[in-house]
Structures are given as structure tokens and as C-alpha cells.
Design a protein around this ligand. Sequence first.
Ligand code: SF4
Length: 61
Amino acid sequence: MKAVVDKSLCVACGACAGTCPWVFRMGADGLAEAYRGFERTELDTAQDAAQDCPVGAIKIE
Ligand code: SF4
């Protein structure tokens, strides 16, 4: 499974990287990125990060 961050929406709040650091990190451009795929066992926290994003920039695929 993987997450995708729409950087055109991200406001660099850092919430996703705080909630789910094994999927999200803040990139060199200061915006969030999903840097690795994840297993179904990690889906809950990835979904939490997506739901908590204040601008809806995260999609789970
Ligand atoms: S939670 Fe959303 S707005 Fe905040 S850093 Fe992550 S992708 Fe960007």
C-alpha cells in the first residue's frame, strides 16, 4: 500500500510526519512526502494521518 501527498496543497504543518513517521517525512523542500510504502498492519496510522491533514493533501492507495 502507499500514500500520496499532493504537495500543491500541503501547508507544511508536519502533522502527518508526527502521526506516522514510518510513511511520511518532511522533505528538503519543506513539504511532506510519503517516502515508503507500507503494510496493511500500518494502514490505521496512515489513515489517521490522512484524516488529520488540515488541507486533505493525503490520499491512501
Ligand atoms: S498533514 Fe497535510 S498539510 Fe500537514 S505536513 Fe502533512 S501533508 Fe502537509
